[in-house]
Design a protein around this ligand. Structure first.
Ligand code: NAD
Ligand code: UDP
Length: 323
């Protein structure tokens, strides 16, 4: 099949492109390179089934894919809050453009939604039938509400126009190719530990997250795209739940670092706990994560160690406009 991956040069998108090529598909990777990097897809460029399109999803585009994985959107709070209006545009206009394309060419579209649609959840663990607890006017709203509207758009295009949608709600995912200065907790802690810098614990570190290794996530996304019975939403994540303090201690142990843990203020509206109920993913997809945190962190540490050894320049620029 000919498959379009928006956000294909990003962390998750680049792993997905690689997997789809390995499965024998033609892949069009569309990205505006806001948080994506050419380095993520460098080894795919020589593959004749792989094509890169530099484009911003907030602008419409005419392509003829059979399937669309719609991932384009910055995922780290630091990046999505840099230009919050742009984040809303990416989620709303970008998703309308991709759903419009799916409608026109009758492609199946899988939308990468997020556990953030549950906000700071009052129900724990989170099931797909929980409607969430989201602040509509806070610093995280551009992303949380943007993703909620994107889900609404998917279901309205489905009901109104018969577009063949799949919606997955991704919980915190980590692994190689996260940006070094990404601001997300795993990359921050690992890089800080490897550099012997202070490890920045926001708040008292008692807030929890559930961390899914990227390979597990990609397998689930592919299974959901190929599923002919269910459209979603479906939670994809690892139900193992850790406090941020536990994560910091594990990173220190695995890196053998002498870094100190230091407290920093807790960002506004930071969710206190998060864990997916993955009953639906188990039943619909026959899937559950296989990589435990210790093992996945080990692979991630190896990746960042190599990057630091190679002196990879930190190239992410905070851009305010389009490409
Ligand atoms: P990422 O920032 O590495 O990747 C996002 C990609 O989208 C980047 O390559 C970026 O350049 C591109 N992009 C951003 N705005 C764009 C635009 N307007 N037009 C075209 N391209 C654009 O993030 P990621 O972790 O790989 O996340 C990928 C998707 O998965 C996102 O939609 C994110 O919301 C979702 N998600 C990720 C996680 C996670 O833990 N990583 C959790 C929940 C949901
Ligand atoms: N966090 C932290 N130190 C950091 C970066 C993040 O303590 O250097 C915390 C953050 O406050 C949050 C958790 O780690 O409670 C996960 O943050 P991340 O930005 O990775 O993702 P999200 O909040 O979107 O789940």
């Amino acid at each position: 099949m000919r498959i379009l991956v928006t956000g294909g040069a990003g962390f998750i998108g680049s792993h997905l492109c690689e997997r789809l090529l390995a499965d024998g598909h033609e892949v069009m990777c569309l990205d505006n390179f806001y948080t994506g990097r050419r380095a993520n897809i460098a080894r795919l460029l020589s593959n004749t089934d792989f094509e890169v399109i530099r484009h911003d999803v907030t602008q419409s585009i005419l392509l003829e894919p059979d399937r669309i994985f719609h991932l384009a959107c910055p995922a780290s709070p630091v990046h999505y809050q840099w230009n919050p209006v742009k984040t809303v545009k990416t989620n709303v206009m970008g998703t309308i453009n991709m759903l419009g394309l799916a409608k026109r060419v009758k492609a199946r579209l899988l939308h990468a939604s997020t556990s953030e649609v549950y906000g700071d959840p009052e129900v724990h663990p989170q099931r797909e039938d929980y409607w969430g607890n989201v602040n509509p006017i806070g610093p995280r709203s551009c992303y949380d509400e943007g993703k909620r509207v994107a889900e609404t758009l998917c279901f309205d295009y489905h009901r109104q126009n018969g577009v063949d949608i799949r919606v997955v709600r991704i919980f915190n995912t980590y692994g190689p190719r996260m940006l070094m200065n990404d601001g997300r907790v795993v990359s921050n802690f690992v890089v800080q530990a490897l550099r012997g810098e202070d490890i920045t614990l926001y708040g008292d570190g008692s807030q929890t997250r559930s961390f899914c290794y990227v390979d597990d996530l990609i397998e689930a996304m592919v299974r959901m795209m190929n599923n002919d019975e269910h459209i979603g939403p479906v939670n994809l994540g690892n139900p193992g739940e850790f406090t941020i303090l536990q994560l910091a201690q594990l990173v220190v142990e695995l890196t053998g670092s002498s870094s100190n843990l230091v407290r920093r203020p807790l960002p506004k509206d930071d969710p206190t706990r998060r864990r997916p109920d993955i009953t639906r993913a188990r039943e619909w997809l026959g899937w559950e994560p296989t990589v435990q945190l210790r093992e996945g962190l080990g692979r991630t540490i190896d990746y960042f160690e190599q990057l630091l050894r190679d002196g990879e320049p930190e190239r992410v620029k905070m851009r305010t406009g389009g490409p």
